[in-house]
Design a protein around this ligand. Structure first.
Ligand SMILES: Cc1ncc(C[n+]2csc(CCOP(=O)(O)OP(=O)(O)O)c2C)c(N)n1
Length: 554
């Protein structure tokens, strides 16, 4: 068999359904082998789009998303999406074609060493050295990408090897069980928990990734332990639960910190330090910590757990539930109830009023009232991301996708495409700023070509908003951030899709509801007023002052 046919057979063996990418001469054999397979190759408009699609495919399916590029510039274009998947713990296998191995040792057209290029942004990465090793390499790339903690792997495939003959066959995929938690560690954790007065759980992405949220909910409900979730832990428990204290991760002292400060024991569940530094919540007076994760805790001076339970997170929570039994109402709820009420009240305070300009948190309140069930919101990166994490509640576990490890702009639109491809029945919204939209807006054509339906919301402030928000905070003014934009409505229409620019609250709600219901591929341009950003900081500063004064008087 031809090596490229074997390679594609190995991808089929891994259950791959789609390969996202941009073709190139050196990838010719792979493409023709894909054509004969059950896998569909999806040509994208930029390799970055392909990598983000693979990234979000990994997040929604739990199985590695696959992207393909040619050598040189194609591969360098893949880099951001691959790095994003790796930092955000999303399983991705990136494939890049490479030149004939007889020209890899010398200066040659479009050649760069791709194994070196991808080394710092992947869990594992190699070049195929001959046709017979293809089954091992493909199996290893998927096994590593998909094992906890997931991430990206990369395979470089030289064109001359792709054309060679081989008798090798794919290696069988065997499901590997993750280890159960250690009994001693569990007992230590239970002892700590029983001694605590104000325990609090920080749920990270690991709490939603492997369906651990059912056990987490049981633990929390039975023992009434409050939970904060990181941006990527959204949906670990529903924010409608009385124990939810919504999000943690805003780089400014937010209301939730009143509860975090008071807690005498923190239980982290699937928490990633890359997402939110412990410096922000455990500096000064370090707390007792129980670390529950698939891997040992990072060595970090402000994160030194008393107990680490390194095992499958779902199994650990199940065992903790068994050991703790049904001690209903064990923990007092009065210490965090008020914090929850204040957060909720604050979120509701952003409700839009007729005749007033749109704001991001106001529009999010509308979205919240429209979205439910397994609806999915995918956020891009910018000021809207902070508002989404802070003010929007996931409708289900993994119901809000946010890039918060690498935090790369441009993920939301291609990401929504991948999510719609994976789950065409889901109602999906991709929310972004004008900056992030213009980074990968060309993928609207890919979505249209594939006949997919999702709603794109552009919060338009003609600015790299988050950067000017931060500059304003520190310098009192901003520089290097303002933009001019195309007419987004007409821009959308030029792709043959609907563009909307609602002018009233009523119109916004009505059209959003309709478009979501129809799963219509469309673009909403929502011009926004940004004063809420500065106002939020002023409000939080005043709150902080009050807390300080109160603590000094106590
Ligand atoms: C690829 C990439 N480039 C630059 C940044 C730095 N950055 C973070 S947020 C931001 C501004 C985002 O602007 P926009 O997309 O308009 O969203 P807004 O902040 O206005 O909501 C920038 C430039 C980044 N995170 N990712």
């Amino acid at each position: 068999m031809k090596a490229s046919d074997l390679f594609v057979k190995c991808l089929e063996n891994e259950g791959v359904k789609y390969v996202f990418g941009v073709p190139g001469e050196e990838a010719e054999d792979i493409l023709f082998s894909l054509e004969k397979s059950t896998i569909k190759f999806i040509p994208t408009r930029h390799e970055q789009g392909a990598a983000f699609m693979a990234d979000v495919w990994g997040r929604v399916s739990g199985q590695a998303g696959v992207c393909l590029s040619t050598l040189g510039p194609g591969a360098t274009n893949l880099v951001t999406g691959v790095a994003d998947a790796n930092s955000d713990k999303s399983p991705v296998v990136a494939i890049s074609a490479q030149a004939d191995i007889r020209r890899l040792h010398k200066e040659s057209h479009q050649y760069i060493n791709l194994v070196e290029l991808f080394r710092p942004i992947t869990k594992w990465n190699t070049a195929i050295s001959g046709p017979d090793v293809i089954p091992e390499i493909v199996r290893k790339a998927f096994k590593i990408a998909e094992s906890e903690k997931p991430g990206a792997t990369h395979i470089e495939f030289s064109e001359d090897i792709a054309a060679m003959k081989t008798k090798a066959q794919p290696i069988k995929v065997v499901r590997v069980r993750r280890p159960d938690p250690d009994n001693m560690a569990l007992r230590d954790a239970v002892t700590l928990l029983k001694k605590a007065q104000y325990p609090l759980i920080i749920a990270g992405n690991g709490a939603v990734r492997k369906l651990a949220s059912e056990e987490l909910n049981e633990l929390v409900r039975k023992h009434q332990i409050p939970v904060v979730h990181t941006f990527m832990g959204q949906g670990a428990i529903a924010d409608t639960s009385p124990q939810s204290l919504f999000s943690i991760g805003f780089n400014f002292r937010d209301i939730v910190m009143d509860a975090v400060d008071m807690a005498d024991l923190i239980i982290t569940v699937g928490y990633d330090i890359a997402e939110y530094s412990p410096d922000a919540w455990n500096k000064g007076k370090p707390k007792k910590i129980i670390h529950i994760d698939f891997t040992p805790a990072e060595v970090y001076s402000n994160y030194q757990p008393t107990v680490e339970i390194v095992a499958d997170v779902h199994a650990t929570l199940r065992e903790l539930n068994n050991l703790l039994g049904s001690e209903e109402n064990k923990f007092d709820t009065s210490w965090y109830k008020g914090v929850r009420a204040r957060i909720h009240k604050d979120i509701m305070s952003y409700a839009l009023k007729p005749g007033k300009p749109f704001t991001i948190p106001g529009v999010l309140n509308i979205l919240q009232s429209i979205m439910s069930g397994d609806d999915l919101l995918i956020s891009d990166v910018g000021s809207h991301k902070l508002w989404i994490a802070r003010n929007f509640s996931a409708c289900c576990p993994n119901g809000v996708i946010i890039s918060n490890g690498l935090a790369s702009m441009g993920i939301a639109l291609p990401g929504a495409l991948a999510a719609a491809l994976h789950s065409p029945k889901r109602r999906i919204v991709a929310a972004m700023g004008d900056g992030g939209f213009m980074m990968n807006s060309q993928e609207l054509e890919t979505a249209k070509r594939l006949g997919l339906g999702f709603v794109v919301i552009i919060f338009n402030d003609n600015d790299y908003g988050l950067i000017s928000w931060k500059q304003q905070m520190r310098q009192g003014r901003s520089t290097g951030t303002t933009l001019t934009n195309p007419d987004f409505k007409k821009y959308a229409e030029s792709f043959g899709i609907k563009g909307y620019r609602p002018t009233s609250l009523k119109e916004l709600r009505k059209q959003l509801t309709k478009s979501l219901e129809k799963r219509e591929l469309c673009v909403f341009e929502i011009p926004i007023a940004t004063q809420v950003n500065g106002e939020l900081i002023r409000k939080l500063k005043a709150m902080q002052k009050k807390t300080k004064a109160k603590n000094a008087n106590d």
